[in-house]
Design a protein around this ligand. Structure first.
Ligand SMILES: NC(=O)c1ccc[n+]([C@@H]2O[C@H](COP(=O)([O-])OP(=O)(O)OC[C@H]3O[C@@H](n4cnc5c(N)ncnc54)[C@H](O)[C@@H]3O)[C@@H](O)[C@H]2O)c1
Ligand SMILES: N[C@@H](CCO)C(=O)O
Ligand code: NA
Length: 449
């Protein structure tokens, strides 16, 4: 399919869009319908040169003018000053971005999977050729989060970034919690609403959130982290029982991505982790509903900051893409020296999960006889894990002892801060006790921001 002739005005910034799915179709709509506004914001005319698609006949959320459609993505890349990549996945997205950067064209992308595995390499190519590479849409959808970390907080020291960064899983957990929906039904709905990845396994297995944790960690700590540095557990093992038991104890289950600097008793490093987490219902992140995202950032001087907004969906994500397009196009018009997007001045290695400290919730079935609680408490104490609260559903919460109940002997313990290593050894020993029939679930708990 032929492309329209290239702009004759050397002033005009030409844009090539790759992919016209949930996000791409919205971006095409904005570039066509709001061309004057975007050009005014940039200060130079911008023009959508073409939209590379796999199937020109495919139905789309917005009908892209036929003369813009092409199946030759490489030719479009070679003719564009600015390339927007919204195909997703590794190939051909990676090769097309690399092709654009090598010829000095600017690139805007929302492809977190690619950035979390090849981000450092792509940034190196951009640094070599002087090309611009921006990716605000890759984390938190519409929420401005990467630029505040990179620019506004660049004079401070960030110590922790923690957030709900996957809209699909937040939608699924929220539906299960508030309407009692089944996992599969809620996921199907999230797919229909355009929140999920092309393969939603990436969402429910925590991989999408892990990619975002690597990107957030890299920018927050000025050290390169990749997907492989992130400990990752998804929500597929979270049951309705877990959610109901958590609710009965005043908690809500959320999939959190956490990147935290650890310095105590060890050389400094960063633990990056994604896992289902219990939050007290009063915690600000507990009220993040549906496909919304929220990210807490803690910095030495700024203190606590919270960023909140729509984390997924074609329209919200297109806002972040367009923000990058305008920012990058302004720079194409008036070039200024670019500082490296990913600075590497700090040697801060990724640390294994064992180095993380957090609180834990342990739910177990126990024998309904005297001395059970004392035995459980002894095992925890032996491993330096102290108890914040202990509860038996259906009976009165008491300190250190649990009353018999008609509901059978179920015991739920919330610990104080403990290391993963101590916790793991504790749970292993609890499982081996005669008085413990089963350990139903072990979930991490975040009480503080
Ligand atoms: N949907 C969201 O809420 C959201 C939010 C933030 C970031 N993202 C990211 O944005 C990107 C796009 O997401 P999406 O939801 O629009 O995905 P999508 O699956 O709806 O769209 C991708 C489109 O690319 C097309 N495509 C595949 N191979 C192609 C090729 N070789 N040439 C041209 N087109 C090709 C597909 O046919 C599809 O229409 C992904 O990287 C995704 O992770 C999505
Ligand atoms: N699939 C992703 C899209 C936004 O990155 C999500 O559900 O959050
Ligand atoms: Na964002």
């Amino acid at each position: 399919m032929a492309l329209p002739p290239q702009s004759t005005s050397s002033e005009t910034i030409t844009i090539g869009l790759l992919g016209a799915g949930n996000v791409g179709a919205q971006v095409a709509k904005t570039l066509v319908e709001e061309r004057e506004l975007i050009s005014a914001r940039v200060g130079t005319p911008v023009r959508l040169l073409g939209v590379a698609v796999r199937d020109p006949e495919a139905p789309r959320d917005w009908r892209i003018p036929g003369e813009l459609l092409t199946t030759d993505a490489e030719a479009l890349v070679d003719r564009s000053d600015l390339v927007i990549e919204l195909i997703g996945g590794m190939e051909p997205a990676s090769a097309l971005i690399e092709r654009a950067l090598r010829r000095g064209a600017a690139v805007v992308t929302g492809n977190k999977a690619l950035l979390a595995s090849r981000g450092a390499a792509l940034n190196a190519i951009a640094a070599e050729t002087g090309a611009l590479l921006r990716f605000e849409a890759s984390v938190g959808g519409a929420i401005p989060i990467l630029r505040p970390i990179e620019e506004s907080l660049s004079g401070d020291r960030i110590t922790k970034v923690m957030g709900i960064v996957n809209g699909t899983t937040n939608y699924v957990l929220d539906q299960m919690d508030t309407t009692g929906a089944a996992f599969d039904d809620a996921l199907e709905e999230a797919q229909k609403l355009g929140y999920a990845e092309a393969d939603p396994t990436a969402d429910v297995a925590g991989l999408d959130a892990a990619a975002k944790a690597a990107i957030l960690g890299t920018l927050a700590f000025h050290a390169p982290f990749s997907f492989d540095d992130v400990y990752c557990e998804g929500i597929t093992e979270v049951t309705r029982d877990d959610i109901e038991a958590a609710a009965a104890s005043g908690y809500v289950v959320k999939l959190l991505a956490i990147a935290e600097k650890h310095t105590r008793n060890q050389a400094p490093g960063v633990v990056l982790r994604v896992h289902p987490t219990l939050l007290p219902r009063t915690h600000p992140l507990a009220s993040v509903r549906g496909a919304f995202n929220a990210v807490f950032v803690v910095a030495e001087n700024a203190g606590e900051l919270m960023f909140y907004g729509q984390g997924a969906g074609g329209r919200p994500t297109s806002s972040a893409i367009m923000g990058d397009v305008v920012a990058v196009a302004r720079r194409l018009r008036t070039p200024v020296p670019e500082a490296p997007t990913i600075s590497r001045e700090v040697h801060l290695p990724p640390l294994p999960l064992d180095k993380a400290t957090t609180q834990y919730y342990i739910d177990m079935e126990v024998a309904d006889r005297e001395g059970v609680i004392a035995e459980i408490a002894r095992v925890l104490a032996d491993h330096h894990v102290s108890i914040e609260s202990m509860r038996q559903p259906g009976s009165v919460t008491v300190e250190g002892e649990v009353e018999d109940s008609d509901n059978g002997a179920k015991v739920q313990v919330v610990t104080h801060l403990a290391t993963e290593k101590d916790l793991r050894e504790t749970v292993e020993e609890l499982r081996g006790l005669d008085v413990v029939k089963t350990v139903n679930s072990v979930l991490r708990v975040e009480v503080e921001k």
